[in-house]
Design a protein around this ligand. Structure first.
Ligand SMILES: [Zn+2]
Length: 283
């Protein structure tokens, strides 16, 4: 018998992009990677908080980790693996793929994969480009990922946005001509336009009821899994504030940080979640 309160049983994919608050693209005009080592680090504590939350709701997830973070906090990588989550790559130094030459990009992803595999002792299959930086100008990214031994990418955001996106890309998992799997970040189609539905700043911006409605729609009407992402700094309202940032960047970075943890708990309770490789059957 149908029960209107019962949510669809489709498993959605939960993911965390593991980077510190000072590594985001919005701040790279005034915080250079040379300074990263000298700033107060909060990524370890915040990621441990997320691990506790996932354990409380018996949720498994995929952690797209920066090689830079793994090198400094190897215990974090081994804790994530020990708790049954998937480790994937977010590259080494969080430089957008659109700002790298093909050789630089290959070097960055090769370095990250090796560090993560050496520390975690598991094969790295997935990759997510910093700031979803794949667009029509650098489609070679997918070839480099395949050549360096990755099996899937979750880097395309099929939306129109000032910083990223391929608005006309497929909205759901697709296989590229070279054989690599691309799992785009979730969107919802409204009046023939794709709106972001995958988490991050939008999850902090929309009321929780709207995020929940969107995921239900994609699961029920389209019979597809959604991909949700967030960052460790999004559960950290106490992080040092960057006064030099533009008003737009400040709005995007600091909006509703104190509400994220509670909203995440509701999300973990209301839906079924699993690792990217399990949901999308990556071997
Ligand atoms: Zn990132």
């Amino acid at each position: 018998m149908s029960n209107s309160l019962k949510l669809p049983l489709i498993k959605n994919a939960m993911s965390v992009d593991v980077e510190d608050y000072f590594q985001v693209a919005a701040f790279d005009d005034f915080i250079s990677p040379d300074e990263w080592d000298y700033l107060p680090h909060r990524v370890e504590k915040n990621t441990q908080k997320i691990l506790e939350l996932f354990s409380k709701f018996d949720t498994k997830a995929t952690f797209f980790m920066l090689g830079w973070v793994a090198e400094r906090f190897p215990g974090l990588v081994t804790d994530i693996v020990a708790q049954g989550h998937e480790i994937a790559s977010h590259g080494y130094a969080h430089k957008r793929a659109t700002l790298q030459t093909r050789d630089e990009f290959r070097e960055d992803i090769t370095k990250a994969k090796k560090i993560l595999e050496d520390i975690g002792g598991t094969e790295i299959k997935g990759y997510r480009a910093p700031s979803y930086s794949i667009n029509h100008s650098n489609m070679w990214v997918h070839d480099e990922l395949l050549k360096t031994g990755h099996q899937y990418s979750s880097s395309v955001y099929p939306v129109k946005h000032d910083l990223y996106g391929i608005p006309d890309a497929p909205r759901f998992k697709y296989i590229l001509s070279n054989g690599l799997v691309e799992i785009p970040i979730s969107t919802i189609k409204v009046l023939n336009k794709n709106l972001p539905a995958g988490g991050g700043g939008f999850f902090r911006f929309y009321p929780y009821s709207m995020s929940k409605w969107i995921i239900k729609q994609i699961n029920k009407t389209e019979q597809q899994a959604t991909i949700f992402y967030f960052h460790p700094w999004e559960v950290d309202p106490e992080q040092p504030k960057q006064s030099q940032a533009s008003l737009k960047s400040k709005f995007r970075h600091y909006l509703n940080l104190s509400k994220t943890e509670d909203r995440l708990s509701r999300l973990l309770k209301d839906f079924e979640w699993d690792r990217m490789d399990k949901v999308f059957k990556i071997k």
